[in-house]
Design a protein around this ligand. Structure first.
Ligand code: PMP
Length: 383
């Protein structure tokens, strides 16, 4: 006999299937920072966030392996108990210097970071305004905080100003939250304008720059460095994209970081990131610092593609090819896969209804030939 939980799950899956919302994992062997193997076939990936191909960089792998040998496979406990290995402090100092902040806090992942940071500084009676396309973990953090949460239209400063004018007065504290580089669209937030509105309305600004670090701005310092006049109170990002690893950080003033380390539930009540991930992130930052040309690669490659196809000029490593309907996006991805390219279709609810797309991610390691090959395969398939 089927128990009621199992029956519930089966019914729910059926409903999701009918609405094209059922998802299935596809085992994917990443052979290096560029090539993957799926279903026994080698495919050139335009879907990994490993923008600098550092996940397989010899120095990054060596740092991770040496850290496993030295410190073991895991942190052993929450960082507040016995899990605070010195490598975290070293990484935090490095990140704070990179972002021009007093201090930093490393988290287990980007999702954990936003889910922990936002409720630490916001609560009932406060107001959070987030860009409608901000990453899911910003929304999770906002909801967990108990504050009033409103979306403003994507990168629409008039809408943000209007919502601030209407709502700010009633709230004790106010936080504006946005991605620096939007994960599914690749565009940048106008951080100078967002920051001016934040300051004018006594609001704090959180920027999630998961897709900006290592890709945009001088030396790959991120979206904040593209807008040097912007004042970002909470500068958050991850090690899981251009740094090729796993984990996340937030940089802020020293008291803010101390408060986060004291109160953020996703920091206090969770095991520290494995030290090897922190060592890998440090090594990746070294690689970037030693090879300033490397960070120019993803954007240059994305622009080669958008110029040739007369698409809006790329502003980051991410280029969306809008398709519209989910089934059509899947069909286009399938044709590309038959031609040897991995260009995964991204569908609702990850993106708004009617905007299913191929989300292309260009990396430093793609050659002109790789990009031209993708171009030839894509022309004629998309609107
Ligand atoms: N923020 C953004 C903008 C992201 O794209 C992602 C990952 N897709 C995250 C946060 C979450 O980071 P992580 O994968 O480290 O949990």
């Amino acid at each position: 006999m089927t128990d009621s939980l199992t029956a519930f799950a089966a019914e729910k899956l059926d409903q999701l299937e009918t609405r094209s919302l059922r998802r299935r994992l596809v085992p994917t062997d990443r052979l290096d920072g560029l090539w993957v193997e799926r279903g026994g076939r080698r495919l050139l990936s335009f879907s990994c966030n490993d923008y600098l191909n550092l996940s397989h960089h010899p120095a990054v792998k060596a740092a991770a392996m040496a850290a496993v040998e030295r410190y073991g496979a895991g942190a052993g406990a929450s960082r507040l108990v016995t899990g605070d290995h010195p490598v975290f402090g070293e990484l935090e100092a490095r990140l704070a210097a990179l972002k021009g902040k007093q201090a930093a806090c490393v988290f287990g992942s980007g999702y954990l970071a936003n889910a922990g940071i936002i409720p630490t500084v916001m609560g009932p009676g406060d107001l959070i305004l987030a860009d409608e396309l901000a990453h899911a973990c910003i929304w999770s953090g906002a909801q967990l905080s108990g504050a009033t949460v409103l979306a403003f239209r994507h990168n629409d400063m008039a809408d943000l100003a209007q919502k601030l004018a209407a709502q700010r007065g009633a709230a004790a504290r106010c936080l504006i939250a946005t991605d620096g580089v939007f994960s599914m669209d690749g565009d940048l937030a106008p951080l100078d304008a967002v920051s001016s509105l934040a300051r004018a309305n006594d609001a704090w600004l959180l920027v999630d720059d998961a897709h900006g670090l290592g890709v945009v701005g001088p030396g790959g310092a991120g979206a904040g460095s593209v807008y040097p006049t912007a004042h970002i109170d909470l500068s958050m990002g991850t090690f899981s994209k251009a740094l090729g690893g796993y984990g996340a950080y937030v940089c802020a003033s020293a008291p803010v970081i101390d408060l986060i380390k004291t109160r953020a539930r996703t920091f206090v009540y969770t095991t520290g990131l494995p030290p090897a991930n922190a060592a890998a992130a440090l090594a990746a930052l070294d690689v970037i610092a030693d090879d300033p040309d490397l960070v120019a690669g993803p954007l240059a490659n994305a622009r080669r593609f958008t110029r040739a196809l007369n698409l809006p000029e790329a502003t980051s490593a991410v280029v969306p090819i809008m398709i519209g309907e989910a089934d059509r996006a899947l069909a286009v991805a399938q044709v590309l896969e038959s031609a040897g390219f991995l260009a995964v279709a991204i569908r609702p609810p990850t993106v708004p209804a009617g905007t299913a797309r191929l989300r292309l991610a260009f990396t430093a390691g793609h050659t002109a030939r790789d990009i031209d090959g993708l171009m030839s395969a894509i022309v004629g398939l998309v609107p």
